[in-house]
Design a protein around this ligand. Sequence first.
Ligand code: IMP
Ligand code: MG
Length: 171
Amino acid sequence: MKVLIDEERIINRVKELGIQITSDYKSKDLIVIGILKGAVLFMADLIKKIDLPLSIDFMAVSSYGKSTQSSGIVRIQKDLDEEIEGKDVLIVEDIVDTGLTLKFLADNILSRNPKSLKVCCLLDKPSRRKVVVKVDYIGFDIPDEFVVGYGLDYAQKYRNKPFIGVIVKEE
Ligand code: IMP
Ligand code: MG
């Protein structure tokens, strides 16, 4: 495994994002929606750095199956538990690649009439974008490499690594 972003850089950046979100959401009705499963580690660390009253919820969607290629087909596997109408929604996602997943999620959430909607992604691969999506908070821009760790998987493995890395062939 080649380390692309080490644990210390992640911790520092998550703290900065938390401070930024705290100042942007003062006196709002914040609900943080984590996208399962990739965003779980990021979301857990991020919300500890948001110094505001907030609630959390989760959605799970599938787009890839076991392959590393985006199919463009997105299906809801787990929907929200809470009503979000009138609330200030922040989607927390692991990575924006083609943007197809996020476009689907944003459209779906907007159809439920939240007061506002913003998106926070740990990683962005801008060179791979197929559809235009607005990402309000980005942890790191990364090159077009398939990454794992800190929540991100390859065939459901490596999510528990505390860093972001690239799998090297011989492993
Ligand atoms: P998109 O729909 O192409 O933007 O893909 C978004 C989803 O694909 C993310 O939520 C990830 O689950 C997965 N994904 C995209 N790129 C990577 C990667 O480099 N490593 C692991 N998962 C990825
Ligand atoms: Mg994901």
